[in-house]
Design a protein around this ligand. Structure first.
Ligand code: PA5
Length: 459
């Protein structure tokens, strides 16, 4: 079992990468970043790397899942952002059969898992039309316990459950802060189970708390292996020695590439369908954590972009090869796949078909990844490859932790707080003002100060 980063295509002029001199100086800058992140952990401000070895938190998820085993055909998460993207990534990577609404019943003895992460009325109506509420568990996930999208979903579905003559206590579980927010007291009032998101763990860093482990346990993902992979990665990424620290290396490479070499875009491109939604999870992690104002009033942050190999070789790779030289590509390559398919030998006299026979699809996708990485490097486009032995719970937990810790180190290098998101506040306040939420008077005034749309600029 192994996770390895090959960053040969990041270093040196020939690949358009970081100079050897800059890389030689990196361990010294890393010491300060390491110190900053270690202090946040020690002070209990940032807990995502520590909670993965908290057995009682793991047991909350496992025990609840054991308690309700066999009761439900569908698990539906109501949540958004960090409360949704992690569970979606886990489902796609580790239990692809658990999402299929079209399958007749639950698969492999486990329920299906749906995630409602938007408030488009069409989606929620379609889902409610198809669900058998009597056989459905709704997992309401919100760290703050007050997010408008999630609360609206809850209000709608709570009414449907009650109107169907069902007991909310049998159909809802909350995942939220142990003390703060509206969900905790509501759980007490309604007699519902509520699992904890530790106060020191923010939304996009919460996938390895009950935010991800509860749905994972409910659909039969190996939570123990998931957390073991993450814990092992914490151990590897705690060293102050940059060159032995995978998260340090990843954060440092991206920070240097961005701030010294103009690589303002970080493309995350797994060559693996199970990791397709993992890329969206990473995009949120990198964007919301690192896109920030600096204390001196500047703005920083690499723009993450999700891509999928080999599919996007026929879509975005043209841009990566010949467009602006402002990108780093992070490939994820998988050594062994759950299954492989041989390509039959046939039509061997047809040039376009004959050479494929005798290979497997696993070989083809692996070779295409290496070929694309090599082609980019050859054209002076830096890239790195994270190698996974396979996509299983251990490796996915490890990869998530690697990237979370890399984000924390990168935050220190940028000199910003990677764990807040003040930039989303104004839009939220405007929405509150427009919806008439009490206490939004200042936002209302500010909203009204925005000039009305100008008819000249509309067609
Ligand atoms: O990463 C974050 O903190 C955010 O994306 C949140 O996860 C998102 O806003 C949802 O918040 P909450 O879990 O409080 O409902």
């Amino acid at each position: 079992m192994a996770i390895r980063i090959d960053y040969s295509n990041m270093i040196g002029e020939a690949v358009g990468g970081i100079s050897e001199a800059d890389w030689a100086a990196a361990p010294a800058s890393f010491m300060k970043a390491h110190e900053g992140f270690a202090a946040l952990r020690k002070d209990g401000m940032v807990g995502f790397a520590d909670v993965v070895s908290d057995d009682s938190l793991r047991e909350q998820a496992m025990n609840f899942a054991a308690l309700v085993e066999g009761k439900y055909d569908d698990i539906v998460i109501l949540g958004i952002g960090g409360s949704a993207l992690g569970p979606i990534a886990l489902r796609t990577a580790l239990r692809p059969s658990a999402w299929n609404m079209l399958s007749a019943g639950s698969r492999d003895g486990f329920p299906r898992l749906q995630v409602l992460d938007n408030v488009d009325p069409e989606t929620i109506s379609a889902l409610l039309d198809r669900l058998d509420l009597a056989r459905t568990l709704f997992v309401v996930t919100s760290k703050s316990g007050g997010t408008a999208e999630t609360m609206s979903q809850f209000l709608i579905i709570h009414k449907s459950v009650v109107d169907s003559g069902l007991q909310p206590v049998d159909h809802f579980v909350f995942v939220t802060d142990p003390a703060n927010g509206a969900l905790r007291p509501l759980a007490t009032k309604l007699g519902l189970a509520a699992l904890d998101i530790p106060p020191s763990v923010g939304g996009r860093f919460s996938v390895l708390t009950p935010v991800g482990t509860l749905p994972a346990a409910l659909v039969g993902i190996d939570v123990t292996a998931l957390l073991a992979g993450a814990s092992e990665m914490v151990r590897r990424c705690e060293t102050t020695s940059l060159l032995e620290n995978p998260a340090g290396i990843y954060g440092m490479l991206q920070w240097l590439a961005d701030t010294k070499y103009g690589k303002v875009i970080n493309v995350f491109m797994p060559y693996s369908d199970p990791l397709r939604d993992f890329a969206s999870w990473f995009v949120q992690l990198w964007a919301e954590s690192l896109g920030k104002h600096t204390p001196d009033g500047g703005s920083v942050g690499q723009t993450p972009l999700a891509a999928l190999g080999a599919t996007d070789q026929h879509s975005q790779v043209q841009l990566f090869m010949e467009g602006p030289k402002n990108k780093v590509v992070t490939f994820v390559a998988v050594q062994d796949r759950a299954t492989d398919v041989s390509i039959p030998r046939a039509f061997e006299d047809v040039k376009e078909l004959g050479y494929l026979g005798g290979h497997t699809l696993g070989e083809l996708i692996g070779i295409e990844q290496r070929a694309t990485a090599g082609a980019l490097a050859k054209r002076g486009r830096p890239n790195l490859t994270i190698h996974l032995d396979r996509v299983d719970a251990w490796h996915v937990g490890g990869l998530m932790m690697l990237l979370e810790m890399a984000t924390a180190y990168a935050g220190q290098l940028y000199g910003i707080d990677a764990f807040n998101q003040p930039g989303v506040e104004l839009g939220k306040q405007f929405a509150y003002a427009l919806l008439g939420r009490p206490g939004a008077d200042d936002a209302k005034k500010e909203w009204e100060s925005i000039p009305a749309p100008d008819a000249r600029w509309s067609v």
